[in-house]
Design a protein around this ligand. Structure first.
Ligand code: FES
Length: 106
């Protein structure tokens, strides 16, 4: 599945990310700037914050309580579309997902 990462300056990178990994790992393994992922994917740092594109938002399962809790600690403002990208597991259904990177992660 292809995931598109859009940075603050509107630069977009579309990357083929393997099923079963996370949207966060797809970024980190491909040197997408703007994802820090300090805790390594454990929903404990909020430095993998992304804004899911409005058009894609309803394709995702709702955040679990631990993710929802950490979303209150993002460095950039939390919005309705905010998610922790480490908690977004890539499936075939997510092909074409677009995420926007926040201004800062810490
Ligand atoms: Fe730490 Fe996602 S990598 S919360």
């Amino acid at each position: 599945p292809k995931i598109t990462y859009v940075s603050v300056d509107e630069t977009a990178r579309t990357i083929e990310v393997p099923v079963g990994t996370s949207v966060m790992r797809g970024a980190v393994f491909n040197d997408v700037d703007g994802i820090v992922a300090q805790c390594g994917g454990n929903a404990q740092c909020a430095t993998c914050h992304v804004y899911v594109d409005e058009a894609s938002a309803d394709r995702l399962d709702a955040a679990r309580p631990d993710e929802d809790h950490m979303l209150d600690f993002t460095a950039s403002p939390r919005r309705d579309t905010s998610r922790l990208s480490c908690q977004l597991t890539v499936t075939e259904d997510l092909d074409g997902l677009i995420v926007h990177l926040p201004e800062r992660q810490n």
